[in-house]
Write a protein that binds this ligand. Structure first.
Ligand SMILES: [Fe+2]
Length: 302
């Protein structure tokens, strides 16, 4: 009896220590740097893309603002790409825009995720494990009336010059080369409608970048069929809680667990999934999965 009481006390202490650590880790962001080698084309020397995602801003996420200011100050960034889930509470748009201020001064493009439209709900982690990975959120009877200020955020982003790629495409020129961008609204809640791309977008000399919040296979395959060089996504939080040396247990969509964070070949494209900066306010933990933004250096292969 006394032995089992001691065991229970030890397990409780261990769980408390683990949760305290995971809360601490969830506020310790890192800048992850990757180099992506692409087919050479005229005028293409290097493009520095800052990929940000899943800020889930709510009061108490104080670490995000100074971290992003430092990243902006210390690095060469040609374009900022945001793959959504910016908000974690209805009243947090001013915190979000204040944290993004140094990045909004740079060229940028964005798509939204479900947590730009709908505020997070308190859920059991078991819900994610039980959910059929091949069925998206709206098929589970979730909400359909947005309660987050997505329109205000979209207006602030576009006013700053960022391109809204929600089911849209665009061709621009950055760092001396044509940049063909295309994006979809969040496939996790079935808002994705793939944009029609024109011949200018398909120009073989252009660098093609695709954006989606949730990396569902149907979207990745469409991008890949258009010879998109790099596809950027968020949503998975890298699993948020990863088993050391094993990886994530769940990525909340239909890609392989191994593709839940970082770079993965996807047909003839390169998929980059950001583990994101934030968490749900109801699960402020990360384990073996630091909050992150990524600086992607796109260079021609030798
Ligand atoms: Fe997210």
């Amino acid at each position: 009896m006394r032995g089992s009481a001691l065991t229970a006390a030890s397990l409780t202490a261990l769980a408390t220590a683990g949760l305290s650590y995971a809360h601490w880790e969830s506020k310790r962001p890192v800048l992850r740097k990757e180099t992506i080698y692409l087919t050479p084309r005229p005028g293409f020397h290097a493009l520095n893309v800052l990929h940000i995602s899943d800020l889930h801003m709510f009061p108490g996420q104080d670490f995000i603002k100074p971290f992003l200011a430092k990243v902006a100050e210390e690095n060469t960034i040609d374009i900022v790409i945001s793959t959504g889930d910016n908000l974690g509470a209805p009243g947090a748009s001013h915190l979000l825009l204040s944290a993004l201020e140094p990045l909004l001064a740079l060229p940028g493009a964005f798509v939204f995720g479900s947590n730009d439209y709908y505020s997070p709900l308190s859920k059991s982690p078991l819900d994610y494990l039980k959910r059929n990975r091949h069925v998206s959120a709206t098929q589970h009877g979730e909400r359909t009336t947005p309660d987050l200020p997505w329109f205000e955020v979209a207006q602030a982003f576009t006013r700053a010059g960022w391109k809204d790629l929600s089911n849209r495409c665009d061709v621009t020129e950055i760092a001396g080369i044509p940049l063909a961008l295309a994006g979809v609204d969040d496939p996790h809640i079935n808002r994705d409608r793939f944009p029609d791309v024109n011949s200018e977008w398909k120009n073989p000399d252009a660098l093609r970048i695709g954006l989606t919040h949730a990396p569902y296979r149907r979207v990745l395959d469409r991008f890949s069929a258009l010879n998109t060089d790099v596809i950027l996504a968020g949503h998975t939080h890298g699993g948020q809680v990863r088993v050391p040396f094993v990886g994530p247990v769940v990525v909340n969509c239909d890609i392989p667990l191994s593709a839940g964070r970082g770079l993965t070949p996807w047909n003839n494209s390169r998929l980059h999934v950001s583990a994101g900066l934030g968490t749900s306010p109801f699960a402020q933990i990360r384990f073996s999965c630091r909050p992150e933004v990524s600086l992607l250096k796109l260079v021609p292969a030798a």
